[in-house]
Design a protein around this ligand. Structure first.
Ligand code: MN
Length: 423
């Protein structure tokens, strides 16, 4: 077992096996800096340079000084996973039992308490794509909104279906969002839309991956190459206004029901850290076209939870799912995304789509948990929900655990504020 000379609380997501990357500042106006997290501490990675932590890495990474002193992760993401892994290993070496750089004597220079710093959006996000890769979720929405005898659309088992979203409204965990307004059909029935605040505000439990190494226009990325282009993963809440979405989505898909806000967890966990948690993907039947075939374990065993916290602070776990349920894996998503020659750029973000499991307690949205508002979701104080109320906070957690090793993502949280009164 890898043990650190720093104190890491039991059950911490941020063990020496993790070493994620993020951007922090010591206060709201402070300079944005690259950091990692170990236990309850945020570590300033640029300061470690002066202690010699990267001395073997600096020679092999061009412009290392610029990369480690940047105010976003984009430059780091771009150098490719092999080089990122050299940096990660150098950090692990510095904090493993023994303290070979005598860092313990200089903590005040690089160590911050996690709850005393401000976490920021970690990289400049380029394009954002949202997939629809959970068979359970696609089946549930088909059952609710289309033909119950034929819930999956004919293309679903052949294509990792997705849509292009909007990156301007992607926010970091802790950012509150106002209830959106727009066109909806009257809740009491009717076919003429009204202008209203959303009455069916929802979350979607998702994970997202960020592109590190870019590709060129016209080139395709094979399922075999795909993971070389994935810098790391994060928890993603794709907030959704179901009533706006339902009125607008035919024929061109999601639009204003989605792009009023999506929340990201603050730490990017690399695929190298997730390596011990690889798992077989679900069997794909019918057989996919050759460009979507893949070898090896391409899915990951990541526990997922959704908690609803009321205005009064009452917490209820309303869903427990797992990333492993996804029918289409990230390698297939990226291969499909680029098969027509579409290029991907460093900082592009690809979300999985709602991750629902096979049982009703593992559904990844209130739409499914309340079955389109026909059932109540019980909260631990005896109250209930069908969709989100103002001042509700949604907290999503994600972590892997195996043979005593834990690697987690922390959490993504966001509160729903009342609609902005600008009329
Ligand atoms: Mn979504």
């Amino acid at each position: 077992m890898k043990k650190s000379w720093l104190t890491i609380p039991q059950n911490s997501d941020f063990t020496l096996y993790n070493i994620p990357f993020g951007i922090f500042s010591v206060d709201l106006e402070g300079k944005h800096k690259i950091g990692t997290r170990i236990g309850d501490f945020v570590i300033d990675l640029s300061i470690l340079q002066s202690f010699g932590v990267y001395r073997n890495v600096e020679e092999v990474i061009e412009d290392f000084d610029t990369i480690i002193n940047a105010d976003s992760l984009n430059l780091l993401m771009k150098i490719g996973n092999e080089k990122v892994e050299l940096i990660r290993q150098a950090i692990i070496d510095a904090f493993i039992e023994g303290d070979k750089f005598s860092l313990n004597d200089y903590q005040e220079h690089y160590l911050h308490l996690a709850n005393a710093v401000q976490m920021n959006l970690r990289f400049s996000i380029g394009d954002y794509t949202d997939f629809f890769s959970s068979k359970e979720h696609a089946t549930n929405t088909g059952l609710m909104f289309r033909d119950p005898t034929n819930a999956l659309l004919p293309n679903w088992l052949h294509i990792p279906v997705g849509y292009h979203g909007r990156s301007s409204s992607i926010v970091i965990s802790g950012t509150d969002l106002h209830r959106p307004k727009g066109q909806i059909l009257p809740p009491e029935g009717g076919t003429t839309p009204i202008f209203s605040t959303s009455k069916r505000l929802d979350f979607e439990l998702e994970m997202a991956f960020a592109i590190g190494k870019p590709s060129n226009l016209g080139d395709t990325i094979s399922t075999k190459e795909a993971e070389d282009h994935i810098f790391g993963m994060t928890i993603f809440n794709d907030w959704s206004a179901r009533d706006i979405q339902q009125w607008e989505y035919v024929p061109l898909g999601p639009f204003l029901g989605k792009n009023f806000g999506s929340s990201l967890s603050p730490w990017v966990v690399t695929l190298a850290a997730l390596e011990p948690f690889r798992i077989e993907s679900p069997v794909q039947d019918p057989k996919v076209l050759p460009y979507l075939e893949f070898e090896g374990k391409r899915n990951f065993d990541i526990n997922l939870e959704v908690w609803l916290v009321t205005k009064e602070g009452v917490e209820t776990r309303i869903s427990a799912s797992n990333f492993k349920y996804l029918y289409w894996n990230m390698a297939q998503q990226l291969a499909h995304h680029t098969i027509n020659g579409c290029n991907v750029r460093t900082g592009d973000l690809m979300a999985s789509g709602t991750i629902s499991g096979p049982t009703p307690d593992s559904y990844g949205s209130m739409l499914e948990l309340s079955w389109k508002g026909t059932k109540s979701i019980p909260l631990s104080d005896g109250s209930e929900r069908k969709f989100l109320q103002d001042e509700d906070t949604i907290v999503m957690k994600a972590w892997c655990e195996k043979d005593g090793i834990r690697v987690g993502f922390g959490e993504v949280s966001g509160k729903i504020l009342p609609a902005k009164n600008d009329a």
